[in-house]
Ligand binder design. Structure first.
Ligand SMILES: Cc1cc2nc3c(=O)[nH]c(=O)nc-3n(C[C@H](O)[C@H](O)[C@H](O)COP(=O)(O)OP(=O)(O)OC[C@H]3O[C@@H](n4cnc5c(N)ncnc54)[C@H](O)[C@@H]3O)c2cc1C
Length: 444
């Protein structure tokens, strides 16, 4: 049986040098009790970069160097071995040894899987054609940038983005903006169409009104948006490259590039191969430990209490727990909590959390100023906020989110709630000065 060494004497191996894996290294670097020997293996060629910023990179709003989180020298300075461009293909749990696609083997005392996720692919004929791209990593972003440059040189071109969620919108707007930037103004930009299967954009975050405001804004910029669009197949040209997208209603959209952005699938294969408990993701407990006590998983590859992850906020909280655990500290377990959504399309401000549709017990407060382009809709239950959609002025978003998380009774400031954080907080303060408010839990 393997005797567990003290964390400080362990060899910790982290698989994945993405957002979660790198953040874990940063957290460990600051801890006195961190494992003495740490090796990081990632299959991308570049050291960890900020994946979130791929959207502004594609749009031409940011340059490549700004994305780098740390370079190889930093890892060396921390005494951490960094192996890049190699994919871990096998884990022998009995021997505590892993193997990479180059044939390298590496022994570990403790292993962290931070392998992220991959783009989901709809079961549609033609998806394997050259010219069909995804938008997940730096290589994908660079391929899309090269595509816009080729199209500019040929003075002709169109792209179709499949998926009207956050990622699809950022990809479509990025392509449109960069396509426009690559051309002389009188030549117009790259023609970009966006297909959304649902009746509205960002259907998991927005109500219909906010989704229509967003749609109108993006149409005004030149994006062609198709909602209720069922993709039937992709068509190839004479050279076997993708040349069109065909919809179920017969619409045919020319496309020299198709970007698939319909969602993500956790990269749990390594966990499966190793015989760990895997459902949609690699199943972990509140301390990010898998069914093998020597193996942890975090980020988009893991699953906790039936939930998988697609935003960094919960992942950062997972990192704190795991870094403390790996350094021999006592720490409370990870607790899942709601997240708010923002869209990274410049010139569009929206902020949303909670249910998109009211249920019969919700009180709905809404406000719209078409001239300013402002829209706010709040869902309250028994005076407590459960859902918010803000379009235009989103400055009060974080305050609303805080109130919702704390379960505050907002009855005292209801009259000012739609006016924003400052007015509402003043009323709340006045009310609590008159009669100190009971804590939310007690009041409930
Ligand atoms: C374009 C874009 C924009 C985004 N914008 C936002 C945003 O605004 N806000 C937000 O909260 N989130 C955003 N996200 C999501 C966010 O980037 C992810 O939640 C985050 O990157 C997840 O971190 P991770 O480490 O789990 O996965 P990743 O960052 O994907 O890292 C996993 C790494 O593991 C590597 N890997 C996989 N398998 C192996 C293997 N077998 N061997 C070796 N290496 C392996 C992968 O290549 C990858 O480098 C965005 C994502 C994209 C693609």
């Amino acid at each position: 049986m393997h005797q567990a060494p003290h964390p400080a004497n362990e060899h910790l191996v982290i698989v994945g040098n993405g957002m979660a894996g790198h953040r874990l290294v940063e957290a460990l670097a600051g801890k006195p009790g961190r494992p003495a020997r740490i090796t990081v293996i990632g299959d991308e060629l570049d050291p960890a970069y900020n994946r979130i910023l791929l959207s502004p990179l594609l749009a031409g709003e940011m340059a490549r160097p700004a994305l780098t989180l740390r370079d190889r020298d930093w890892y060396a300075d921390q005494g951490i071995d960094l192996i890049l461009g190699e994919r871990v293909t096998d884990i022998d749990r009995a021997a505590r040894r892993l193997t990479t696609d180059s044939g390298r083997t590496l022994d570990y005392d403790r292993l962290v899987l931070a392998t992220g996720s991959r783009p989901a692919r709809p079961p549609v004929p033609g998806l394997e054609l050259p010219g069909v791209e995804v938008f997940r990593d730096l290589r994908d972003a660079e391929a899309l940038i090269r595509f816009t440059q080729r199209q500019a040189a040929e003075r002709d071109g169109s792209a179709v983005v499949i998926g009207g969620g956050l990622l699809g919108l950022e990809a479509a707007e990025g392509l449109r903006k960069r396509g426009q930037g690559e051309r002389a103004q009188d030549q117009g930009g790259l023609r970009v169409s966006l297909l959304q299967r649902d009746d509205r954009l960002m259907n998991r975050q927005l109500d219909l009104t906010a989704a229509r405001l967003l749609e109108n804004e993006l149409r005004g910029r030149g994006l062609d948006i198709y909602t209720d669009a069922e993709l039937e197949r992709l068509e190839a040209d004479g050279q076997g490259r993708v040349c069109a997208a065909l919809l179920a209603d017969g619409t045919r959209l020319p496309a020299s590039c198709v970007v698939v952005a319909i969602g993500i699938v956790p990269n749990a294969d390594l966990g499966r191969v190793a015989g760990l408990t895997v459902d949609r993701g690699i199943v972990v407990d509140a301390w990010l430990t898998t069914s093998d006590p020597a193996i942890h998983a975090l980020g988009e590859c893991c699953e906790f209490e039936g939930q998988t992850f697609g935003l960094v906020e919960p992942i950062w909280r997972q990192v704190e727990v795991l870094a403390a655990r790996l350094s021999g500290e006592t720490v409370d377990g990870y607790v899942d909590a709601p997240c708010a959504t923002k869209l990274k399309v410049s010139g569009v401000s929206l902020y949303a959390f909670g249910p998109t549709e009211p249920d019969p017990d919700h009180e709905v407060l809404s406000y719209r100023d078409p001239q300013q382009g402002d829209y706010r809709r709040l869902l309250l239950r028994d005076g407590r906020l459960e859902g918010v959609v803000l379009y235009g002025d989103t400055a009060s978003g974080p305050w609303y989110f805080e109130q919702a998380l704390a379960g505050c009774d907002l009855t005292a400031c209801r009259a000012a709630l739609l006016l924003g954080a400052a007015d509402a907080q003043t009323l709340l303060d006045d009310a609590s000065n008159e009669s100190p408010q009971r804590p939310a839990k007690e009041a409930a």
